[in-house]
Design a protein around this ligand. Structure first.
Ligand SMILES: [Zn+2]
Length: 301
């Protein structure tokens, strides 16, 4: 079976001590054509993303400024650098970009995930996001979008602005189910993150057995993936080293970082596939073929 991780951050320092091993085991785990889209978050980490893509054939590089980094200092020529990365590699896409109201309205001032982050206003975030979306449209490369509690801001932008003809990815989609039909029309793909699975749930005992017992009321995130998202727009992701799956679903474990932050292993893409087969009621091989077609349509070149 071929597995594709549509969204991770292999360049992140938290994965650096484990990189060799992750890379050595990836082809066994994901198949020889299994890829991962490795997303930069700021011009500082773009060279590391490019180096990974040069070294490992399974890495599809993506370059972008994440909304959490929209308030950080950046070189004046950042857009030229971004363009140069797209020119240099026809497999490169744009990501991770997006909008985040959670960090402005909901996150605690001392949330460790945001330590050292200057939280950019929504205006600043939009001003950073739009030129990146423009480049994705100009080159017709996929754009990977992070949107947290900000669909009321993102949707008007997507409606009014030019978008890549091939589409864009809403990673770890957690927006309202009711928005999905319009987002599909605008070109959205949606990647399932196993972090959404109920904490007490377990994967099916056997590889090809469909389904764990789903709770009666699926949360809105799972409900979107169970029914509302069309099959031809589904993808799977880990967001590693972030967004650990619930305990019982983790097939790959890593020790926490030195500061105690949990570290997710990209190999847990297995949990994304196992979880989505359960949520969607598909066979493993069926989902693998479907996701590979979708992945190649959006990220292939
Ligand atoms: Zn991410």
């Amino acid at each position: 079976m071929t597995l594709h991780d549509a969204h991770n951050h292999l360049q992140d320092g938290a994965l650096a001590p484990h990189l060799e091993r992750i890379a050595a085991t990836w082809p066994d785990l994901a198949g020889t054509s299994g890829c991962m889209v490795v997303n930069g978050t700021h011009p500082d980490d773009w060279p590391r993303v490019a180096a990974l893509a040069a070294r490992y054939p399974f890495v599809r590089p993506a370059y972008g400024i994440h909304p959490w980094d929209a308030g950080a200092a950046r070189p004046d020529d950042w857009l030229d650098q971004l363009r140069a990365h797209l020119v240099a590699n026809p497999q490169a896409s744009i990501g991770e970009i997006g909008l985040d109201r959670w960090m402005l309205d909901t996150a605690r001032p001392d949330d460790p995930r945001l330590s050292g982050v200057r939280r950019a206003s929504m205006e600043e975030q939009i001003a950073t996001c739009l030129p990146q979306l423009d480049l994705a449209a100009e080159f017709d490369r996929a754009a990977t979008i992070h949107c947290l509690h900000a669909y009321a801001d993102l949707l008007p932008l997507l409606r009014a602005h030019r978008r890549p003809p091939r589409g864009f990815l809403l990673h770890a989609y957690s927006g309202p189910t009711s928005l999905i039909p319009e987002l599909v029309t605008l070109g959205a793909y949606f990647s399932f993150n196993p972090n959404f699975l109920p904490p007490a749930s377990r994967p099916p005992a056997k590889c090809n057995q469909i389904g764990y017992t789903l709770p009666d009321a699926l949360g809105p995130k799972l409900a979107s993936f169970a029914k509302s998202i069309p099959s031809e727009r589904l993808l799977c992701e880990t967001d590693a080293p972030a967004m650990l799956p619930p305990q019982h679903w983790r097939t790959h474990k890593l020790p926490p970082a030195l500061d105690g932050t949990p570290v997710n292993h990209p190999g847990n893409i297995e949990a994304a596939y196992a979880g989505l087969t359960s949520v969607r009621g598909l066979e493993n091989t069926e989902l693998s073929v479907l996701v590979a077609e979708n992945f190649n349509r959006l990220f292939g070149n």
